[in-house]
Write a new protein. Structure first.
Length: 214
C-alpha cells in the first residue's frame, strides 16, 4: 500500500468533522470580527482567539473516539499510536490553513491585528486544547470529558489567563509545550507498553493475539 493510499484511508477514517469543525469555526470568527467595530468587539476578539482552537480540539477528540474496533489494531503491524498520529495530522493541516487564511483576510481588511502574534496565539491554544482533548479521550474512551475540558480551558483563558498573562509568545509558547506533552502522553498510552495498550491487549482475546504475535 502506497503512502498516498494510506493517507487517503486515514482521511476517510477521520470523518467530515475533521475539516468541517475548523472551517466553520474560522468562518464564525471572521464574521464576528468583520461585522464588529474597528478592531473587533469583545465577542469578536474572544471568538478569534478561541473558536478555531476549540473546534480543532473537538475534531481531534472525535477522531480518537470514533474508532469502533480498537482491538483490531493489535493484529496489525502498524502501531495504533502511529495510526492516531497520522489521523490527527489531517485536522492539524486544515486548522493551519484556516488560521493563516483567517488572519490574512482580517489583516487585509484593515482590522487592528498583528498577524504574527495572532497566528502564534492560535497555534499555541490549538496545540494545548487538542492535546488535552486527545489525552482525555484516550484515558476515558469517550469524547464527552474532552468536551468539558475544552470548555473549561477556554473559559479559564478568557476570564483569567488573558487578564494576567500578556498576549502573544507569553501565552503561546507554554501552551505549545504543554499541548505537545499531553499529545505525547496520549500516544504513549496507546502504545503496547501504555495503560490503554495493555488494557486492549488483555481484552483482545486469543483470536487476535498480541502485536508481537501479529
Amino acid at each position: 500500500m502506497t503512502a498516498a493510499t494510506w493517507w487517503t484511508h486515514e482521511v476517510r477514517r477521520c470523518g467530515r468533522q475533521a475539516y468541517a469543525l475548523p472551517l466553520l469555526a474560522a468562518l464564525l470568527a471572521y464574521a464576528a470580527m468583520a461585522t464588529g467595530p474597528d478592531g473587533g468587539a469583545l465577542l469578536g476578539r474572544a471568538l478569534l482567539t478561541t473558536a478555531l482552537p476549540a473546534a480543532t480540539a473537538l475534531a481531534c477528540a472525535a477522531i480518537v473516539a470514533r474508532e469502533p474496533m480498537l482491538e483490531l489494531h493489535l493484529s496489525l503491524p502498524t502501531p495504533y499510536a502511529r495510526t492516531v498520529a497520522r489521523r490527527l495530522a489531517w485536522p492539524a493541516a486544515v486548522t493551519s490553513v484556516a488560521a493563516v487564511a483567517l488572519v490574512t483576510l482580517l489583516a487585509a481588511t484593515g482590522r487592528d491585528l498583528d498577524p504574527a502574534p495572532a497566528l502564534l496565539e492560535l497555534a499555541g491554544l490549538a496545540a494545548l486544547l487538542s492535546g488535552a482533548a486527545v489525552w482525555a479521550t484516550v484515558r476515558t474512551g469517550s469524547a464527552a470529558p474532552a468536551t468539558g475540558l475544552v470548555v473549561a480551558a477556554v473559559l479559564a483563558k478568557l476570564l483569567l489567563v488573558d487578564r494576567v498573562v500578556p498576549d502573544g509568545a507569553a501565552q503561546a509558547v507554554p501552551a505549545l509545550l504543554a499541548g505537545a506533552w499531553l499529545t505525547a502522553l496520549a500516544l504513549r498510552a496507546l502504545g503496547p507498553g501504555g495503560p490503554t495498550g495493555t488494557r486492549l491487549r488483555h481484552t483482545a482475546g486469543p483470536h487476535l493475539g498480541t502485536r508481537e504475535e501479529a
